[in-house]
Design a protein around this ligand. Structure first.
Ligand code: AMP
Ligand code: ZN
Length: 467
């Protein structure tokens, strides 16, 4: 039996007990990346939030069916691919690969589905069919718009009162401001003849950005879903518009039962964003010598509904916190000679810590509280470890196995940890060379030499051995 979970639901503005439609398979959709550049670590925060949600629900006994979309068509993508004179596929494919590389570096578990917007056009057209039948669409200069005044529930998620809003004002760009309460574009007539477009029963053109998420949810789940997530900036108008499109097309259904929004990563009190230019990509941070694990730890250790201010000091603190947990685990592993337990713990203290850890996660994914429990456990273990025998050490390691299903930052084997570090350094050296950052590449080579590692550059790549 899965454990009872509570989530803060943005649509009701309160914490609610989570009741999935199908207890055997929870359906979750998360707004994903627009693949036109490297993701910045603010974007990564929202992707790591999805990872925390996934890993926590799995730990709490749920089976999941999750989707994250890849936005591979929008104004920016079209603009840049035309400028470069390449197709949008040629432009977006390398960025999509970089996105998955970042997820791997951050130990983000892969979801069940990653559909692309450009592969979901048929489903978008079907939604427009239904919306037309329900009288919610009008045409202007060959583009199709959703008429928000025809959808009574518009504003329910964002708590906007649209009664005073002038109808018939529109926006059709993918970039907008929060104050833009207007009819939004469903299907856009091309502005440039080189623009990627489709010939369809709804005219020649391409989809508006909001439509893709509604269509992909339809494509994968055929009906409404349990949980929808995204960064808080997407709550309005994007998610409000997703509800309007889907429930406007299928009025008999509830589109989403629980809306979960992740707060922003800030820099000096301002949202990290490409437009403000105050952002770091993951590779920026790795090139400065920060480890993926301390970045992961930082991004998951604050509660997803709290703003998180990024600083190098906070990464340093995360590194120290993680080292404290790892040191305690290392002491236990040296007692068991790196043997890992294969049965559940029965020791009451361990079970109590595990119970409190899981209970914290079940309360709206309270990771700071869960990590507080971990540090309490570490303190207790450290103070008693001198009296530990092998059996007790084995049982205690079980607790670390459990918490690492969320953290995914700990090392359980003596050789793995050194191998992993070497591989990581080699990868970073190769990237540095590719970017012609030879000073960094030389520094990394020196670090490896100091560790007693000899590198050999071969035709097929770099191999290594111990001195
Ligand atoms: P994009 O690639 O711009 O479509 O954004 C991908 C995801 O990152 C969306 O869920 C955004 O809400 C989220 N996001 C963008 N900036 C930040 C930030 N500074 N902190 C947290 N999430 C963000
Ligand atoms: Zn979306």
């Amino acid at each position: 039996m899965p454990r009872e979970v509570k989530f803060y639901n943005s649509i009701s503005s309160r914490k609610e007990v989570f009741t999935p439609k199908n207890p055997n398979e929870v359906s979750i959709y998360s707004c994903g990346p627009t693949v036109y550049n490297f993701a910045h670590i603010g974007n990564l925060r929202s992707f790591l939030f999805v990872d925390v949600l996934r890993r926590s629900l799995k730990l709490l006994g749920y089976t999941l069916n999750q989707t994250m979309n890849i936005t591979d068509i929008d104004d920016k993508i079209i603009r840049e691919s035309i400028q470069k004179n390449i197709s949008i596929e040629e432009f977006t494919d390398p960025w999509t690969k970089e996105f998955f590389k970042d997820l791997d570096t951050m130990n983000v578990e892969r979801l069940e589905h990653y559909p692309k917007a450009t592969d979901s056009v048929d489903e978008m057209l079907e939604i427009i069919d239904k919306l037309k039948l329900n009288g919610l669409v009008y045409e202007k200069e060959s583009s199709l718009y959703f008429s928000i005044s025809g959808f009574e529930k518009y504003g329910r998620l964002s708590k906007l009162d649209i009664s005073g809003i002038q109808t018939g004002t529109r926006y059709d760009t993918d970039e907008y401001t929060k104050e833009d309460v207007r009819d939004f574009v469903l299907w856009k007539a091309p502005k440039d003849e080189k623009e990627r477009s489709w010939d369809t029963r709804h005219g020649h053109g391409r989809p508006g950005w909001h439509l893709e998420c509604s269509a992909m949810i339809r494509k994968i789940y055929s009906s409404g879903i349990d949980i929808h997530t995204g960064g808080i900036d997407l709550l309005f108008p994007h998610h409000e518009n997703e509800i309007a499109q889907t429930e406007g097309a299928y009025p008999e259904e509830t589109f989403v039962n629980y809306w979960l929004h992740c707060e922003h990563l800030l820099v000096d009190g301002q949202k990290m964003s490409k437009s403000l230019g105050n952002f770091y990509t993951l590779r920026d941070l790795l090139n400065k010598g920060l480890s993926p694990k301390s970045i992961r730890y930082l991004l998951i250790s604050s509660h997803y509904r709290s703003k998180l201010n990024f600083s190098f000091e906070s990464v340093e603190n995360s590194k120290k916190s993680l080292a404290r947990i790892q040191n305690c685990l290392d002491k236990l592993l040296s007692i068991t000679n790196y043997e890992i337990p294969n049965k559940k713990a029965t020791n009451e203290n361990i079970l109590k810590f595990e119970e409190e850890f899981l209970e914290s996660l079940s309360d709206d994914l309270n990771t700071p509280k869960a990590l507080g429990i971990v540090f309490e456990a570490v303190k207790t273990i450290n103070s008693e470890i001198e009296n530990y025998d092998k059996d007790l050490a084995l049982e205690t390691i079980q607790f670390f196995v459990t918490i690492d299903k969320l953290l995914s930052c700990l090392e359980f084997s003596a050789t793995d940890s050194i191998d992993e570090k070497v591989e990581d350094l080699i990868r970073r050296r190769a990237e540095a060379k590719k970017e012609k950052n030879f000073a960094l590449a030389d520094n990394i080579r020196q670090e490896l030499t100091d560790m007693g590692i000899i590198l050999e550059d071969t035709k097929t790549g770099v191999s290594w051995k111990r001195k």
